[in-house]
Ligand binder design. Sequence first.
Ligand code: FAD
Ligand code: MG
Length: 316
Amino acid sequence: MSDNRVYSYSAVLMGSPILLKLCSHDEAMASRVFQLIKRYEDLLTVNRAESQVMDINHAAGRHPVTVSRPVFQLIQCAKAASMVRDSAFNLAIGPLVKLWRIGFHGHSVPDAADIRARLALTRPQEVILDETTCSVFLQQPGMELDLGAIAKGYIADRVRDYLRQQQVEKALINLGGNVHTLGEWAIGLKKPFADAQALIGSLTVNGQSVVTSGTYERYFEQDGKRWHHILDPRSGYPLDNELDSVTVISTDSLDGDIWTTLLFGLGVEKGCAALRQRQDIDAIFVTKNRDIILSSPQRLRFAPLDSGYQVIDCTA
Ligand code: FAD
Ligand code: MG
């Protein structure tokens, strides 16, 4: 028997609320999906003492560490994104993330000297990869990988693959801002710094990934300023530009997760220019001035829901 009902299942994993929507009541399936996410969290987390990524971090400046092929490939992909000229994405950002502690207990604005010292430990070219042995070596003691800006995207793709393999035709997974879909769904875009339920618009996608990075997701206030969790690898401080959030629409969530960070670093103008070269990636920028900028109004099925915001075409 089939109906149009949607069944929601939730969990807390990776310090984030996880939501799975299925079109049939299937607790066993939901539980297998959450177990799959948990398995990847255990491999990739840097928020506990042990994981494959932590093994690499613990051996920094001492010796290479062999990891499983999927973990190696994810690190390889994260390094490639980090080596792009002027990239805001940096897989070796760990020492700075740990210094700021944004979104965790004990956050505060660090001393400028401490930030400078840690910046010297975040060079992506000092992450040495050996494909034949699947090993990763951090050249300086104190270096730390942090895959927080890419791992959720990778995991969302693995959930998509699993559901497909199980012949599920329609489902949605939300890993706290990383949404992936099978079939058609309308996805709400959060209003920055408002109630959790407040939306600025709704985006309809079919089988695509929708990843949002927002400064409102994790931040604290000090000295009359908001300090958010997306750090500028060039300065060591939170990225400071016109943006409140960037949403990326793509086939794979891995690309979406990388591109939200890249576009955050580029800002609206350079970001739109970069996207003109990429037919496979679309974005929705939301600015502090309450503009919503669509990279491709022809392709994006976006409906505004808040009259306080104005929608602008990237090509305008
Ligand atoms: P994105 O914008 O996609 O990424 C921002 C995150 O990436 C930052 O939080 C930081 O970790 C890192 N980062 C910051 N600047 C840069 C940069 N310039 N380049 C590259 N990376 C950058 N949170 C908890 O509170 N407790 C947990 O136990 C916990 N465990 C986690 C385990 C895993 C496997 C993962 C993937 C995440 C976990 N998190 C946990 C959440 C994590 O700390 C980040 O907050 C989260 O991944 C941010 O994702 P996002 O999509 O909101 O932001
Ligand atoms: Mg990201």
